[in-house]
Design a protein around this ligand. Sequence first.
Ligand code: UT7
Length: 312
Amino acid sequence: MSVGVLGTGHYVPPKVVTNKDLEQIVDTSDEWIRSRTGIEERRIADDDTDTSDMSFFAAQNALDEANVKPEDIDLILVATVTPDTPFPSVSCMLQDRLGARKAAAMDISAACSGFMYGMVTAKQFIDTGVYKNVLVIGVEKLSKITDWSDRNTCVLFGDGAGAAVLGEVAEGKGILSFELGADGSGGKELYQDENDHLQMNGREVFKFAVRQMPESSVNVIEKIGYNEADVDYLIPHQANIRIMEAARERLGISKDKMADSVKRYGNNSSASIPIALSEAVKDGNIKDNDLIVLVGFGGGLTWGAIALKWGK
Ligand code: UT7
């Protein structure tokens, strides 16, 4: 059984907040943000749009592309650290709104690696023959846990949602290998504090990320007997262009073979990889039989990578 992506979708809120806008709020500059992170602007959801709303829009887009009806979804997995409420879960809200009557539903908490954890979990259920169609979402409304007076963090993040429908694909295509990892001793480097604000030790997370992203990317391709030159497209977690470049350079692939939406959306945590994947499909940057590496890292600390042969 080969498990792959039947369709992808994404949603970003229409409101654009530029670096210049942030200069009005905190002591920062467009120059600092661009040169340290690669971010030029980000999308921020309005008060009436919560995490479940964005996940619904992305899900509709992915189901359309996959040509799968809501009533044919067996399981909904929503990766998020910014749910509407701790419970009911976003996945249950989504199940109701989509009319996915027979779907089981649960949220996954693995911060920015959440979509990697979701895809790998989906694969297990499909591999065993228990489920046929699994909807995986990465969605965040990070603006609601952002401390808008903290220049160390408020310039980095944005809101959005990405989705993929996973199911059986042709032999040799789909998820060829994966790696998931966690190091709970690093939990203090990136967490939500007692005021519900995101706190981060940027330098420590940076050091972890520039080591982990290249290493995991190489691990998943070596596991299947491929080498760096075989990679057609790299979709790293869109946290910081300098971290993404470390992974790209380790694989030795050219800039046009790496997704780069961080400049337009900032860091969308669990949503960044599925948004970038959905855009790459819609922009024609991914072709049938391309070998794609998806790789992420985040709070927990957690990380995950997937080698994926594109196509159904
Ligand atoms: O999804 C996973 C989540 N996180 C990440 O991926 C973040 C990983 N870390 C990073 O991307 C980088 O560490 C940052 C972008 C957060 C920071 O870049 P850096 O090159 O590591 O800068 P730094 O922390 O070494 O700070 C340099 C200086 C500091 O001033 P001092 O202490 O040297 O005087 C900061 O106070 O830049 C200052 N600074 C700012 N200045 C202007 C921090 N934020 C800002 C800002 N505008 N927004």
